[in-house]
Design a protein around this ligand. Structure first.
Ligand code: BG6
Length: 491
């Protein structure tokens, strides 16, 4: 992969700079980048909000956020002092009076790179971009980072993209999908395109099906309001799971160049067979968690979570069967599944190979044989299951045996958090791991009709107890082709 250029002095302006994302992810990631020498000495972080904080208030909040972050582990006081010294707060009332914009202008230095990070709901992204333009803060080199949700359907995504695009050229727009910053996700490209042995098998001739799972033990917590207007389909499938599908299914790009990679991902999205109203019941499952026990703790059901009405048809679980209708993948189901309050945290891509065309060991086939698992969470690794002869002199018996690659053990070095990686790329001006406008819109084009079909058919999510593996419908979905979910195969 290309070398990162030396960091340049940058003014990083974070709108929503005192909010949840900023405190939980962005500021701790920036601290780690600072610690590891990835920020130029003169780089500054300007948090923008309506909160009226002083710089000292912001630094207190940021200090707690850094200390409380699991990836930081040991806080180095000297680094923390230097990092906090980079931070300042500016109060801007977007759409309000101009004084805030003037204060922001005063906080920026001419001659430094500018990155505007929009950690705000998408409906105010356009107003922020116009405010920046009116205040004359957008230089030709300025970049803008957009956080999800990137719209709630195709029309709203197009509207936001138009508004932001009226101020920033597409080459300057960085749309975040933090899954693309995960180390194993990038490793998937290396695994596929830097090794010779997988690619000949990577097609419908040798692959039976693919499972892509992102299961979380957490519930919606304090985000019930947002979640009620979103649901798992918009929150996880439209972006994270479809991006994983793209990287799994795409053709080899000509180079590791931002447009070469994104062109190939786009073709996958455009090849997804539409799930029409007549197919939606057979190809999709929605679920919603009820009260239950997750890893020993009793937890509330979705409808009891604060911040929303006592009834709701919002799904907290989706399983679906997608098909990439092209030459390579014809007839290969891609099962996508995501859920909150599941039994375990588990994000993985499972490639299930076909059985051999003819076995000379009849009756000896073992379940779980012939799969490649790319594990994203909780442990990053690659596990290949193959068949071996069970030791012993009796009748010949086959056993599935794992070939394991654990990144933690193999490299004995810390993997950067997704946000560290992505922030570093934004600062370096590399948008390969960010989504282009046409990708985001193609994903909505496929997802919208599914949601519309659910609505027009009045589909109600199947309930599943918190701490389970999801609703029974998910087993039926994959069972229709005679397959089972990976974890059941292992049980
Ligand atoms: C976010 C979703 O994009 O991803 C959350 O909005 C979800 O609902 C989160 O919990 C999962 O991210 P990760 O990195 O913990 O798998």
């Amino acid at each position: 992969m290309p070398q990162q250029p030396a960091p340049r002095p940058t003014d990083l302006v974070v709108f929503g700079g005192t909010g949840d994302l900023s405190m939980r992810k962005l500021l701790p990631a920036l601290y780690l980048l600072d610690r590891d020498g990835h920020l130029d000495r003169d780089t500054r972080v300007v948090a923008v909000s309506r909160d009226g904080l002083t710089d000292a208030d912001l630094r207190d909040k940021a200090s707690s956020a850094v200390r409380g972050h699991k990836a930081v582990q040991v806080v180095e006081p000297e680094v923390l002092r230097r990092f906090l010294g980079r931070l300042s707060h500016v109060t801007v009332d977007v759409g309000g009076d101009a004084s805030g914009w003037a204060d922001l202008a005063a906080a920026l230095a001419p001659g430094r790179d500018r990155v505007f990070y929009l950690a705000v709901p998408p409906m105010i992204s356009g107003a922020i971009c116009r405010g920046l333009q009116d205040a004359d803060l957008v230089t030709p080199e300025s970049r803008v980072v957009m956080e999800k949700p990137l719209g709630r359907d195709l029309a709203s995504a197009q509207a936001v993209n138009d508004e932001v695009g009226a101020v920033f050229d597409e080459s300057r727009v960085y749309r975040i999908d933090h899954y693309l910053g995960k180390e194993t996700v990038q490793n998937l490209l290396v695994l596929r395109f830097a090794n010779v042995f997988l690619e000949p098998l990577w097609n419908s001739r040798w692959i039976d099906h693919v499972q892509i799972t992102a299961a979380e033990t957490v519930g919606v917590g304090g985000r019930r309001g947002y979640y009620d207007s979103s649901g798992a389909m918009r929150d996880m499938v439209q972006n994270h799971l479809l991006q994983l599908l793209c990287l799994t299914a795409m053709e080899p790009p000509a180079s590791y160049d931002r447009d070469a990679v994104r062109d190939e991902k786009l073709k996958v999205l455009q090849s997804l067979r539409p799930i029409t109203e007549t197919k939606v019941a057979e190809h999709t499952v929605r679920g919603q968690y009820t009260r239950g026990t997750v890893q020993g703790d009793e937890v509330l059901g979705y409808l009891d979570e604060a911040g929303g009405p006592p009834t709701s048809d919002t799904e907290t679980f989706v399983a679906l069967r997608a098909e990439v209708a092209n030459w390579r993948w014809a007839g290969v189901p891609f099962y996508l599944r995501t859920g909150k309050r599941m039994a375990h945290d588990r994000s993985e891509i499972v490639i299930r190979f076909r059985d051999v065309p003819h076995t000379i060991f009849p009756g000896a086939a073992a379940p779980g044989a012939g799969s490649l698992v790319i594990s994203l969470q909780p442990d990053e690794g690659i596990h290949l299951t193959m068949l071996a002869k069970a030791p012993g002199a009796g009748a010949l018996r086959l056993r599935p045996v794992p070939l394991e690659l654990s990144f933690a053990d193999t490299f004995a070095t810390r993997s950067p958090e997704a946000y560290e990686r992505l922030l570093m790329d934004v600062l370096a001006g590399d948008s390969t791991l960010f989504m282009r406008r046409d990708e985001v819109e193609a994903a909505w084009r496929w997802v919208d009709p599914i949601i519309e079909a659910w609505n027009s058919l009045g589909t109600v999510p199947e309930t599943y107890p918190a701490g389970s593996s999801g609703p029974a419908g998910a087993q039926r979905l994959i069972g229709r082709t005679g397959s089972t979910w990976h974890e059941e195969e292992q049980a």
